[in-house]
Write a protein that binds this ligand. Structure first.
Ligand SMILES: [Zn+2]
Length: 456
C-alpha cells in the first residue's frame, strides 16, 4: 500500500491503549523526507486515508536521488516505502505509553512488528536517549533522537525482518540508521553494540526553529535547547511546564513547518522575527536569573542584543509588535505590507491555535513581546541603566503570570522548588515564590502575559 501515519490511539488485541501523537510522527517523517539535511523536500505531505480515518497516507516524491550520498539514500528509502505494496504503518506514541508487556518507553523506545512500526515520539519524555557510537571504547555514549529511532524501525520493516531481532538483522538496520545519523551530523552507531538508554540532553525540539534555520543543528536551535535544558529540566513544575508547552507547540508547528518548507521568504521572516529575537531575549533574561540586581549589566546586554540584531526598519519593527499584541490578545492581526500567501497562512494558524495554547503564549509570545517593545523603545538608546530598569520590571511582570493552574497538583514545596530553579539569589526566589502562591490562592487563571501595552 504505502506509508501510513496512525492518527488515532492504538488499541492492542489485549486491550492496552497506546496514546498516539500523529503530529509528532509527521514531524519526524518530515526530517527523514528531507534526508536529514533540511534541504527541504516540498513533495512531502499526507492525506486522510479515505478507507480508514484512523490513518493518513504519506505522499512523497523527491525525484531522482544521488545514492552515493547519505541524504540521497535516506530519501530513496522513504520513497521506496511510499511506493511499496506493503502497508507500512507508523505508530508514534507519547511518553506515557505502557507497552502491552508492561515496559515503558524509557526501557523500550521502539519496535517493529512486520510492517508496523511503534516508536516513542517523546524522546524518553524529554530526557533524550543514548546509543553507542563507532570506535567506542568502554562506553562511547552518543545522543540519538526519535526521527533516527523511527528510521531504524522503518529499516526493519523495509527488510522484512522477523520478530526476534537476530544479530545480522540488527546490524543491517543500524547500517541504514547510520545514513540518517551521518546526514544529521551525528556520530554513526556501532553496529555491534546494542546498548542504549534514557538520558541524553539535546534531542529534537523545535521543528519550526529547525526549519527556519535550515538545519537541525543550526546555532539558534542548539541555543534554544541549551536554554530549555538549563532552565526547565531541573524542577518538577519546570518539566511539567515544558511538557505542556511542547504538546501545544507540536499541535500546530508541524503544519507551520510544512508551509515554511515551501517558502523561502516565510522561512527568512520566521528566522528574523521569531527565532533570533526569541533566542536572544531568552539569553538576556537568563542573565537576570543569575544576577537580578545587576540592572546596568542587564540593560547593557539588552542594548547589545538590539544592536546585534537590528530590526530592518522602524516600520517593520512596529508591524511585528502589533502582530504580537494582536496574537497575544487572541485575535488575528491586520495585513502586513510584505505578507505573502505563506505568511498569511502562518498568521491564520497562529491566530487559531494560540488562544488554546496558554503555555506557548506565555513561554514564546511573552519573551517576544518584551523583545519587540524593547526594540521600539531602545533602538537608538545607550542608557544601560534605564534599559535594565525597564527590562527588570517586564521580566518580573512576565514571571508572575506563569500559567500555574494548568500544571497539575501544586504544593508550596513545588512552587518553591520551581522558583529556586529559576533564581540564583535568595531574595529573588522568595519574591517570585510569594507572587505565585498568592496568585494560586486567588485562583487567578488569566493567561495574558501582560496587560495590552501601549506601544511607543
Ligand atoms: Zn533494531
Amino acid at each position: 500500500m504505502t506509508v501510513r501515519i496512525r492518527e488515532a490511539d492504538y488499541v492492542t488485541a489485549g486491550g492496552s491503549v497506546y496514546p498516539v501523537r500523529a503530529d509528532m510522527a509527521r514531524g519526524h517523517l518530515m526530517i527523514i523526507a528531507s534526508g536529514g539535511t533540511m534541504d527541504l523536500e516540498p513533495s512531502f505531505g499526507d492525506n486522510l486515508d479515505p478507507g480508514d480515518p484512523n490513518f493518513s497516507i504519506v505522499m512523497y516524491d523527491p525525484g531522482p536521488q544521488d545514492l552515493t550520498t547519505n541524504p540521497g539514500r535516506v530519501r530513496q528509502r522513504l520513497k521506496d516505502m511510499v511506493d511499496e505494496g506493503a502497508d507500512n504503518q507508523v505508530i508514534g506514541v507519547d511518553g506515557s505509553t505502557i507497552w502491552s508487556d508492561g515496559s515503558t518507553v524509557e526501557t523500550m523506545p521502539a519496535f517493529a512488528l512486520g510492517n508496523t512500526v511503534f516508536y516513542d515520539t517523546s524522546n524518553s519524555n524529554g530526557a533524550g536517549r543514548w546509543i553507542i557510537g563507532i570506535n567506542g571504547i568502554n562506553g562511547n555514549r552518543e545522543c540519538t533522537n526519535p526521527a533516527v529511532i523511527l528510521f531504524h524501525e522503518l529499516a526493519h520493516a523495509f527488510h522484512n525482518h522477523g520478530p526476534g531481532d537476530p544479530v545480522t538483522e540488527e546490524q543491517e538496520a543500524i547500517a541504514d540508521e547510520n545514513w540518517l545519523r551521518e546526514a544529521l551530523g551525528l556520530v554513526p552507531r556501532d553496529p555491534d553494540r546494542r546498548e542504549g538508554g534514557a538520558g541524553c540532553p539535546g534531542g529534537d525540539c523545535c521543528i519550526v526553529a529547525t526549519v527556519a534555520c535550515g538545519s537541525p543543528y543550526a546555532p539558534s536551535v542548539n541555543r534554544l535547547r541549551r536554554l530549555r535544558d538549563d532552565v526547565l529540566r531541573h524542577s518538577t513544575l519546570g518539566a511539567r511546564f515544558f511538557d505542556e508547552l511542547f504538546r501545544e507547540y507540536y499541535a500546530f508547528s508541524v503544519e507551520i513547518a510544512r508551509i515554511l518548507v515551501r517558502d523561502a521568504q516565510a522561512r527568512a521572516q520566521v528566522e528574523q522575527w521569531l527565532v533570533r529575537p526569541l533566542v536572544g531575549i531568552l539569553e538576556v533574561m537568563k542573565g537576570y536569573r543569575l544576577a537580578p540586581h545587576d540592572v546596568k549589566g542587564l540593560g547593557g546586554n539588552l542594548l547589545a542584543l538590539l544592536r546585534e540584531n537590528p530590526a530592518a526598519t522602524p516600520e517593520q519593527a512596529r508591524a511585528a509588535c502589533h502582530l504580537l499584541e494582536a496574537l497575544a490578545a487572541g485575535g488575528a492581526a491586520d495585513e502586513v505590507a510584505d505578507d505573502n500567501e505563506a505568511t498569511r497562512r502562518i498568521r491564520a494558524l497562529l491566530a487559531s491555535w494560540l488562544p488554546r495554547s496558554p503555555h506557548v503564549i506565555w513561554g514564546i509570545l511573552g519573551p517576544l513581546r518584551i523583545h519587540g517593545a524593547a526594540s521600539l523603545r531602545f533602538a537608538d538608546n545607550t542608557d544601560a541603566e534605564a534599559a535594565g530598569r525597564w527590562l527588570t520590571e517586564r521580566i518580573d511582570a512576565w514571571l508572575r503570570t506563569l500559567p500555574l493552574h494548568t500544571l497539575g497538583e501544586l504544593s508550596p514545596e513545588l512552587i518553591d522548588e520551581f522558583a529556586a530553579s529559576l533564581f540564583a539569589e535568595e531574595e529573588a526566589r522568595r519574591a517570585l515564590s510569594r507572587a505565585w502562591r498568592e496568585r494560586h490562592a486567588r485562583r487567578d487563571e488569566s493567561i495574558a502575559p501582560f496587560e495590552p501595552w501601549s506601544l511607543p
